[in-house]
Structure formats: structure tokens, C-alpha cells
Design a binder for this molecule. Structure first.
Ligand code: SAM
Length: 248
């Protein structure tokens, strides 16, 4: 296991981010020396005695904008020019599992948590390598988005989780994950699918793959475009999609 992966979060709410670090599995991984975590308070880089970090937008309009100067000073303090800088924003590229994997292979990242209407564009132009959106909705600030990205990324680092657990997650092979069951065998008259009790590994693997295909065809059919299917699998997913269309 290596401790070379450094995650720095620039935020107006360092306590919120530190609490996440303290109470989550990512924090446990840091305690074991698997990564290095840091939350930096942007406000401590404000220049005036009121520690102002926001100002009205040029050109008018609603809301305030996170000012360039405190943010630039905070970025310089963590040597951001030499690191990979991510700005979570609703106007970024959609953040997907592929991005998590790509980011997990770097040596770390600096995340800027926006607030108000967003951050001064000149910070994006000067420091940011990528803008990522965690979904088509607007949060009031970037901390939750940064935590989502950190959580998705760190668990893909070598040696953090058991590799088969990551390999079988949703999206790793382009499909949603199959359903899970644990004891008891019957819960409120609902029984565990017989095949899972059979001990027959090939049958279990076939059933799980089929469940993945059914789930994906029902809930996220667009994902199937990128998955290699054999003839039987293609027919199965087609029949589910046809049924879905008929039910509409
Ligand atoms: N005015 C911005 C817009 O319409 O795109 C929204 C700003 S939002 C109120 C404040 C901050 O929350 C953003 O700068 C960003 O850092 C964060 N944020 C909100 N929604 C997000 C999302 N879907 N993905 C990533 N970050 C988000």
C-alpha cells in the first residue's frame, strides 16, 4: 500500500469536510497511511479584516461570486500549480466511474468547493484541469460534490478494498450490479433465489450476469450500447426493453 495519494479540499466549510474525513472509510484509509487528506479553509486567505471571500458579479445579476484572490492564495499554499485540480460544478462534464478510475491512477488531486453562484472564472482558467458535475441538479455548495468524487476515487486505489469487491461493483463492467442476499434464507416469506444456495459456481455466475443484464435493460438501457453481448444476451435485453416500451 502507498501513501503517495494526496487529497486536498479547498472549502469555506473545513469543519464539514474534516468531519467527513474523521468519520468515513476514507479517513480510516488515511489513518492506515494509505492516503493523505487535508481540508484548507479558503477564508483564512481573505485579505480584509472581515475575511470577505465573495463579491457581486460584474455585469449584475443575482447572487455573489467566490473571489479570485483568496482562492488563488489558498491554491498557491498547497502548490496547486503542480497538482491535478478538479472543480466540481453543475456545468462540468458528467462524473462517471471511468473518471473515478482515471483520477485514482494519479498521485492525488486538489478539489475546489464552490459556493454562491460559483467561483471567479479566472481561477478556472488559471488552475483547474477539469470541471466535473455529479448530476443534473444544483447543490448549494461544492462540499458534498467533492466528497462524492473523493469517495468514488479513493476506493479504487490499489490495496484499499478487496479487488473482487471493486470488480463486481456497478459500472465496472458497464452494467449495473446483480442483487445481493444474506441470511436468513427466508425473510417475511421471501426466499433467497434457489440458485444462490446451490453451491454451483458456474450457475451462480450465469444467474448474476443475467440479473445484471435485466437490471440494466430495465433501469439504464443506454448503458447497454457500450457492452459486448452474445446473441442470447442481446435477445434477453431486447425482450426487456420491448416489454418496457409496451408498458409505457
Ligand atoms: N450558479 C451555478 C450554476 O447554475 O451552475 C450553481 C452554483 S451552486 C449554488 C454552488 C456550488 O456548488 C458550485 O460552484 C459547485 O461547486 C457546487 N455544485 C452544485 N451543484 C453541483 C453539481 N451538480 N455537481 C458538482 N458541483 C456542484
Amino acid at each position: 500500500m502507498d501513501s503517495g495519494y494526496g487529497i486536498t479540499v479547498l472549502t469555506l466549510f473545513p469543519e464539514l469536510v474534516r468531519e467527513y474525513f474523521r468519520t468515513s472509510l476514507v479517513g480510516k484509509a488515511a489513518e492506515r497511511g494509505a492516503l493523505h487528506l487535508e481540508a484548507v479553509d479558503i477564508r483564512s486567505f481573505a485579505r480584509d479584516r472581515h475575511r470577505t471571500c465573495d463579491d457581486a458579479p460584474y455585469g449584475g445579476g443575482a447572487g455573489m461570486v467566490l473571489m479570485a484572490e483568496p482562492l488563488a492564495a489558498a491554491l498557491d499554499s498547497v502548490d496547486a500549480q503542480a497538482r491535478h485540480v478538479v472543480f466540481p460544478t453543475p456545468s462540468g462534464f458528467p462524473f462517471r466511474q471511468d473518471d473515478a478510475l482515471r483520477l485514482s491512477r494519479l498521485d492525488g488531486m486538489v478539489l475546489i468547493c464552490g459556493r454562491y453562484e460559483g467561483i471567479d472564472q479566472r481561477i478556472v482558467d488559471e488552475y483547474v484541469h477539469e470541471e466535473l458535475s455529479i448530476g443534473d441538479y444544483v447543490l448549494s455548495s461544492g462540499e458534498l460534490a467533492a466528497m462524492v468524487i473523493i469517495d468514488a476515487v479513493y476506493r479504487l486505489r490499489e490495496g484499499i478494498l478487496r479487488s473482487e469487491s471493486v470488480r463486481e461493483d456497478s459500472f465496472q463492467d458497464g452494467l449495473l450490479e446483480y442483487p445481493h442476499y444474506t441470511r436468513p434464507e427466508t425473510f417475511r416469506s421471501r426466499s433467497v433465489p434457489e440458485v444462490l444456495l446451490s453451491g454451483h459456481h458456474a450457475r451462480i455466475a450465469r444467474w448474476r450476469r443475467e440479473q445484471q443484464l435485466i437490471r440494466t435493460a430495465e433501469k439504464r438501457p443506454e448503458l447497454l450500447q457500450h457492452v459486448q453481448l452474445d446473441e442470447a444476451e442481446r435477445k434477453l435485453t431486447e425482450s426487456i426493453r420491448t416489454k418496457e416500451r409496451d408498458d409505457e
